[in-house]
Ligand binder design. Structure first.
Ligand code: SF4
Ligand code: MSK
Length: 660
C-alpha cells in the first residue's frame, strides 16, 4: 500500500483523524510506515457501493449477487425479490449479527459465572446483594440458600435462557407493565436467545420470509432478546462477579501509556481475562520481574469495551477507543496488545509487527494471522494472565524509538443504575424521584443517550459537539461504548464540565455533584439504560411507559452490527433513535418509511437519521419537547397566589395544620 498518499485535513500531510493525540502520533516519525484505517479509508478510490450502503444488494444465493433498484421492474433480484424484501432481509441479518455477538459474550460470562460459583476460578461473588435481587427476578427464592448455592442456581437459570425454545425472558418482566402488554399483543416476546438469531438466518435464507413487515418484527424480537436478554444477563452477572460499578476517577487517551512501565493494552469486550490481568499486574512477584528488566511496574490500559469494563470496575485507564486501536500501537510503546473478541481490526497485526509489540489472541473464536495465540480459560485464569504479562515484561527491553503523546484526561465513570439511584436519593432512600421531579419542573428537559462506535468514515467529533449542545439545552446525557471514551477525551466526563450545562441542569448537577455526561459502561451495558428508563417510568409522573418519557437515543458514528441491534431494541422499547451518518435501509423507501414512521405507531419509538451534530441535537431536542408537551410539561405552571377566600376554603389547613 502506498502510504505516501495521504488525504484529509490533518497537519503536515497526516491523515485526517479525530483527536489531537491521534494526529500527533500519526505525524510523529516513529509511526512511519504504519498503515491505519484512517489511511485505508483515504486510499479507497471508490465511494462505498450505493447498493451495499442502502441495503439493496443481495447475495443470499448463487443466482446473485443481485443489485436491486426500488420501483424498477428490470432491477429486482433474479428470484423476483424486490428492494423492500432485500433491505429488510439485510437489516435483519445485521440485527442477528449484532445480537449474536452480545449473546455469545453473555454466554461466556454465564459460563465463567457458573465456574466461579463452583469455586473453580480465582473470581468471587463480589455483590451478594445483587445476586439475591437477580435470583428473585429469575423467580428463585433466595431464602435460606448459601451464596454459593444461590449463585449456581442463578447461573443455571441464566444459561438455560440461551437454549430456551419457549417461555419468557425473565428480565423482560422488569419493563413497565404497558410495554410488556404491547410486546404480548404484538407477539414479539423472544422465546430464547439463540432461537431468535437462528430464526432470522432461516427467514432470510433464499425463498423464505419475503414480507418486509414480517421480517422486521422478527428483527425486533431478536433485538429484544439481546437488550432485555443476553446483554442484561452479561451486565448483571459481571456486576455480581466483579462488582457493581460505583463512581471512580481514572484517565483516558493515549497519554496513559507510560514511558517507564511495561505497557499492556487489553482490547475487545470481555471482562474476564482483563480482570485476571488486573490482579496479576498488582502481584509483587510480577512487579519484581518488571523491575528486573528496568521498568517500574506494569501499566494495564484498555482499548474499546474491554477498556470500559475495567475502567468502570477497577478505575484502570483507557488508552483508546475503536478508532485509536492502531494509533495506540503506532506509539511504539506497547509491549503487548491482548485481544479477546469484537471490534479488533485485522490492521492491528501488521501495525504491531512494525514494533516489538506482541499481539496476543486469547479466544478460540478469534484468531488473527501474525498473532500469538494463548488460549484463555477461566479455570486457569491466573496462570494464563501471568504468562501473558511475563511475555510483555520480556519485550520491554526491546522497546525502541517510541512516542507517547502528552494527552490524557481525567474522567469519572461508573454510573450504573444502582449508582444513579444512590447519588440521586442517598443510601437509604435510593430513588429516581429527584430526576423525575427536575424533569417535571423543567430544570432538566429530558435525557439523551449517545452510544456506539466511533468510525473512520466520520472525521468530525460528532459525539462531542452533540453532547455539548444537548447539555447546554438542559438535557442530561448518558453514554456507553466508544462514544463514552470520546467524551472522556474531550473532558465531558469530569464534574468540572458541568460549567457547559444550561442553568437548570447545572443547578441539579451541582446539588448531586456529578458530570452532565454519565458514563454507563460498555456495549452490553446499554441494558443499564433500559433499566434507568424503566425506573423513570416506575418512579411516576412521566407517563406509564418508556414511549412517554422525554428521552431520545442516538449512535452518530455507528460502525458495528451490534449498534443496529441496540438501536432496534431501544426502538422496540419505545424510544426515538437517530443513527448517523447513514441508515442501512435507505435503498428502499418502503422499508425506511416503515422504520422511520410506522414503527412509531407500533412501538411508540422509531428510527431516524442525521449527519451533523446540530441536526442530531435539534431532532433529539424536538422529540424531547414533543414528549414534554404530551405530558403537559411544556405549560409553565402559573404561581397561584392565595387570597383570603381560598385560604378559608382550605378549611382547617392553616396555622393548626391538617387534621388538627
Ligand atoms: Fe438474487 Fe434472490 Fe438470490 Fe438474493 S436470493 S441473490 S435477490 S436471486
Ligand atoms: S467497542 S461496538 S466500536 S462502541 Fe464496544 Fe466501540 Fe462500537 Fe466496538
Amino acid at each position: 500500500m502506498d502510504t505516501s498518499k495521504r488525504f484529509g485535513d490533518g497537519k503536515g500531510g497526516c491523515p485526517s483523524i479525530q483527536c489531537e493525540a491521534n494526529r500527533e502520533v500519526l505525524c510523529s516519525s516513529c509511526s512511519e510506515g504504519v498503515v491505519t484505517a484512517a489511511h485505508r479509508v483515504a486510499q479507497r478510490d471508490a465511494e462505498p457501493c450505493l447498493f451495499g450502503k442502502g441495503g439493496t444488494c443481495c447475495r443470499n444465493c448463487n443466482m446473485g449477487p443481485c443489485q436491486i433498484i426500488e420501483g424498477v421492474e428490470s432491477m429486482t433480484g433474479v428470484c423476483g425479490a424486490d428492494a423492500a424484501t432485500v433491505a429488510a432481509r439485510n437489516f435483519c441479518r445485521m440485527v442477528a449479527g449484532g445480537a449474536s455477538a452480545h449473546m455469545d459474550h453473555g454466554r461466556g460470562v454465564v459460563l465463567a459465572f457458573l465456574e466461579t460459583a463452583r469455586g473453580e476460578t480465582p473470581y468471587q461473588i463480589t455483590d451478594p446483594v445483587k445476586l439475591r435481587q437477580t435470583a428473585i427476578r429469575f423467580g428463585i427464592d433466595p431464602a435460606d440458600k448459601s451464596t454459593q448455592d444461590l449463585a449456581i442456581e442463578v447461573g443455571e437459570h441464566a444459561l438455560a435462557q440461551f437454549g430456551q425454545q419457549s417461555g419468557i425472558t425473565p428480565f423482560m418482566r422488569r419493563a413497565p407493565k404497558a410495554r410488556q402488554e404491547l410486546w404480548e399483543k404484538l407477539d414479539i416476546y423472544p422465546r430464547g436467545f439463540d432461537r431468535e438469531v437462528v430464526e432470522i438466518m432461516h427467514r432470510t435464507h433464499m425463498g423464505v420470509d419475503q414480507h418486509h413487515k414480517s421480517l422486521l418484527f422478527q428483527a425486533a424480537r431478536c433485538a429484544l432478546a439481546d437488550g432485555w436478554g443476553a446483554s442484561m444477563v452479561a451486565t448483571e452477572l459481571s456486576d455480581i462477579m466483579f462488582g457493581t460499578p460505583m463512581p471512580v476517577r481514572a484517565k483516558v487517551n493515549i497519554g496513559v501509556l507510560k514511558e517507564d512501565e511495561v505497557n499492556i493494552t487489553v482490547h475487545g469486550h470481555e471482562p474476564v481475562l482483563a480482570e485476571a490481568l488486573a490482579m496479576v499486574a498488582r502481584d509483587p512477584e510480577i512487579i519484581k520481574a518488571a523491575k528486573k528488566v528496568g521498568a517500574k511496574g506494569i501499566n494495564l490500559a484498555g482499548v474499546c469495551c474491554t477498556g470500559n469494563e475495567i475502567l468502570m470496575r477497577q478505575g484502570l485507564p483507557i488508552a483508546g477507543s475503536f478508532i485509536q486501536q492502531e494509533v495506540v500501537l503506532a506509539t511504539g510503546a506497547v509491549e503487548a496488545m491482548v485481544v479477546d473478541v469484537q471490534c479488533i481490526m485485522q490492521g492491528v497485526s501488521p501495525a504491531a509487527a512494525r514494533y516489538h509489540t506482541e499481539l496476543i489472541t486469547t479466544s478460540a473464536k478469534a484468531h488473527i494471522p501474525g498473532a500469538t495465540h494463548i488460549q484463555f480459560e477461566e479455570r486457569r485464569a491466573m496462570e494464563v494472565a501471568k504468562e501473558i504479562v511475563l511475555r510483555a515484561v520480556d519485550r520491554y527491553p526491546e522497546r525502541g524509538k517510541h512516542f507517547i503523546p502528552k494527552h490524557e484526561m481525567d474522567v469519572v465513570a461508573g454510573y450504573s443504575h444502582e449508582t444513579i439511584n444512590y447519588i440521586l436519593g442517598g443510601r437509604f432512600r435510593g430513588s429516581y424521584r429527584p430526576l423525575n421531579d427536575n424533569i417535571m419542573n423543567g430544570r432538566i428537559k429530558g435525557v439523551a443517550a449517545i452510544v456506539g462506535c466511533d468510525n473512520y468514515r466520520v472525521t468530525d467529533e460528532v459525539h462531542i459537539e452533540l453532547a455539548k449542545e444537548l447539555i447546554a439545552n438542559d438535557v442530561l446525557v448518558l453514554v456507553t461504548g466508544c462514544a463514552a471514551t470520546g467524551m472522556g477525551r474531550a473532558g465531558l466526563l469530569s464534574p468540572e464540565s458541568m460549567e457547559m450545562a444550561g442553568d437548570g441542569l447545572k443547578e441539579v448537577l451541582e446539588a448531586v455533584g456529578c458530570p452532565p455526561v454519565l458514563h454507563m459502561g460498555s456495549c452490553v451495558d446499554n441494558s443499564r439504560i433500559l433499566i434507568a428508563a424503566t425506573e423513570m417510568v416506575l418512579t411516576g409522573g412521566l407517563g406509564d411507559d418508556i414511549s412517554q418519557l422525554p428521552v431520545a437515543g442516538c449512535a452518530p458514528q455507528w460502525m458495528s452490527e451490534k449498534a443496529v441491534s441496540i438501536g432496534q431494541y431501544f426502538v422496540s422499547s419505545g424510544t426515538y433513535v437517530v443513527f448517523g451518518p447513514n441508515f442501512p435501509t435507505t435503498g428502499s423507501k418502503v422499508v425506511t418509511d416503515f422504520c422511520f414512521k410506522e414503527m412509531n405507531e407500533i412501538y411508540g419509538g422509531r428510527w431516524d437519521v442525521a449527519q451533523k451534530p446540530s441536526e442530531f441535537a435539534s431532532k433529539m431536542i424536538d422529540e424531547i419537547n414533543a414528549k414534554r408537551a404530551a405530558l403537559g410539561l411544556d405549560k409553565k405552571k402559573e404561581r397561584v397566589l392565595f387570597d383570603m377566600a381560598m385560604r378559608r376554603e382550605l378549611g382547617d389547613v392553616g396555622c393548626h395544620g391538617p387534621g388538627a
